[in-house]
Design a protein. Structure first.
Length: 523
């Protein structure tokens, strides 16, 4: 019976792969000889090479092994031949998935230096035992490497990676390269003076300062580009330039010399921390948004604050932050005011409840509501951040989660309504939230009253005298509204569907007050 055999080879590092005859070639040669020795069993070698040079056996993120599994599923391979089991994988979980794929395709697995056969239960048991030791060896090796890195960093040794700007590498140690070090000093000095990463980036681009050019052994090069705000931020936060080595949040004195003196380093870190805090609280913007970075749309996408200006009024919204390529009509756009008021009310009640449960005095229990509703937006935002508040918008409700593990979760019914020319989200609270009268409706009520007085007294009113007769007639109809309807509008208790456009353009408004309540949705 013909058995198509595929040889799989792997080496964890790229060291030595450039040689004419390397480790992968040695593995392949030994496996090919074994396949030839089994020619009487119908074994023959396929032409395809499955080689993973420089890939770890701790996971399945390897191009050759993935292609091999695809070919097995397609029926192109009957036997996998490896030099040792750990060449294929060092993980028990991955090995179990490979065996499952082999069983499904009717294929098998052979290690030429270990007498294993996956077609028998005893062979699988032996393989599992061997792989357990292979995985144990891998984990012990990883722990040993981590301990070595930690011990080396505690001694101030630089443990590799791209050589930082301002340094050169010699005998595995960093030495200052003065030509580049001056660029680092310039960046630190200018940031300490202007306190803005964006301004520093613009200045560097203006004078033609570029990043360090790095040349690799394979002829590839990188760098030599303008500094971006992101790269400048990383440079300013790197303690290596202050002669330190960082490991797991701790700073150790490094073996290398510092480019930046300690005083300038501390000054820059203080400014960075202050700017981060101000940016989170919105202290630097003219109109800070309460829920920036805290609210997501029904599809789980973050929403960003935006606004439009009509006349002298600014209308604020939260808009879905679209990724490149996403359709614009998939974005959600909801007004900010109602959502922010509802969130503040939920958070105030949650904090109040916690205080009452903890038997705190009533005067202290009233503080959260006063503190939230009467404080400035940056102060309110600080409270939301302190309580780890997150807001999830859906098509039917607003979910407010409070606490790092969402210990408190409040769901408020909400619905999208057509108000004028756009969709708006109407949140149905329990009625205890502060009333928010509609300024458009209030203006119409005021003008309707002035129009009525002008008609009854015969005295022109400058507030309404410039209106057309048709518009004055519409205003007069509004002066006939029931007193309780006018009071509800004044207090902000009107139905969500009652907008200024609907009120002004409504035809055939009933004179009967009860009919008016039904007509405008008060019943």
């Amino acid at each position: 019976m013909k058995r198509r055999c595929a040889i799989y080879t792997r080496k964890s590092t790229e060291e030595g792969l450039e040689q004419t005859f390397n480790s992968l070639d040695a593995q392949r040669e030994a496996c090919a000889a074994y396949i030839m020795s089994q020619a009487h069993e119908g074994w023959e070698l396929v032409d395809e090479h499955y080689d993973d040079g420089g890939w770890s056996g701790g996971n399945m993120v390897r191009p050759a092994v993935r292609q091999l599994l695809v070919d097995i599923a397609a029926g192109k391979v009957d036997v996998i031949v490896v030099y040792k089991v750990d060449r294929l994988t060092r993980s028990l979980a991955d090995f179990a998935r490979i065996v499952e794929a082999l069983d499904k395709a009717g294929a098998s697995f052979v290690s030429i230096t270990q007498a294993f056969n996956t077609t028998t239960s005893m062979g699988r048991l032996t393989l599992n035992v061997l792989l357990s030791f292979a995985q144990f060896e891998r984990e012990v090796t990883s722990e040993r490497i981590r301990d070595k890195v930690a011990a080396s960093k505690r001694k101030g040794m630089w443990m590799g990676g791209p050589v930082p700007l301002g340094y050169r590498l010699s005998d595995r140690r960093l030495f200052i390269e003065e030509s580049d070090a001056e660029t680092v000093r310039l960046i630190y000095r200018r940031y300490a003076e202007v306190r803005s990463i964006g301004l520093v980036a613009d200045e560097l681009a203006g004078v033609g300062v570029r990043s360090k050019v790095r040349n690799f052994k394979n002829g590839r090069s990188s760098g030599g580009v303008i500094f971006t705000p992101g790269s400048i931020s990383q440079l300013l936060k790197n303690p290596l330039f202050a002669g330190k080595v960082k490991h797991r949040g701790e700073l150790y004195e490094g073996e290398h010399d510092a480019i930046i003196d300690a005083a300038l380093w501390e000054q820059v870190q203080s400014i960075l921390q202050s700017n981060t805090c101000e940016r989170q609280l919105g202290l630097r913007v003219r109109s800070p948004s309460l829920l920036k970075g805290l609210i997501t749309d029904p599809d789980g996408r973050p929403m960003k604050p935006t606004f439009t200006t009509k006349g002298d009024r600014q209308h604020r919204y939260y808009l879905t932050r679209l990724k490149p390529g996403e359709r614009r009509d998939s974005a959600w756009r909801v007004p900010a005011g109602d959502i922010e008021r509802a969130v503040l009310d939920c958070v105030a009640k949650a904090v109040l409840t916690r205080m009452l449960v903890s038997d705190e005095p009533s005067s202290a229990a009233e503080a959260p509501e006063r503190q939230l509703l009467k404080s400035t937006v940056p102060e309110q935002r600080q409270i939301l951040l302190d309580h780890a508040v997150r807001v999830q918008l859906t098509s039917s409700e607003l979910v407010v989660s409070i606490g790092s593990e969402a210990q408190d979760r409040v769901k408020l019914p909400a619905r999208l309504l057509k108000k004028g020319s756009e969709l708006k989200l109407v949140i149905q609270t329990d009625g205890t939230a502060p009333a928010a009268p509609d300024p458009v409706l209030l203006k119409l009520m005021a003008h309707a009253r002035r129009a009525q007085e002008a008609l009854l007294t015969g005295t022109p009113d400058p507030l309404v005298s410039d209106y057309s007769k048709a518009h004055l007639a519409r205003l007069l109809k509004l002066s006939w509204l029931a007193p309780d309807i006018i009071a509800a509008i004044t207090e902000g208790r009107q139905p969500p569907t009652l907008t200024g456009r609907r009120l002004l353009r409504a035809a055939d408004v009933p004179l009967d007050w009860q009919e008016q309540r039904r007509f405008f949705g008060f019943n």
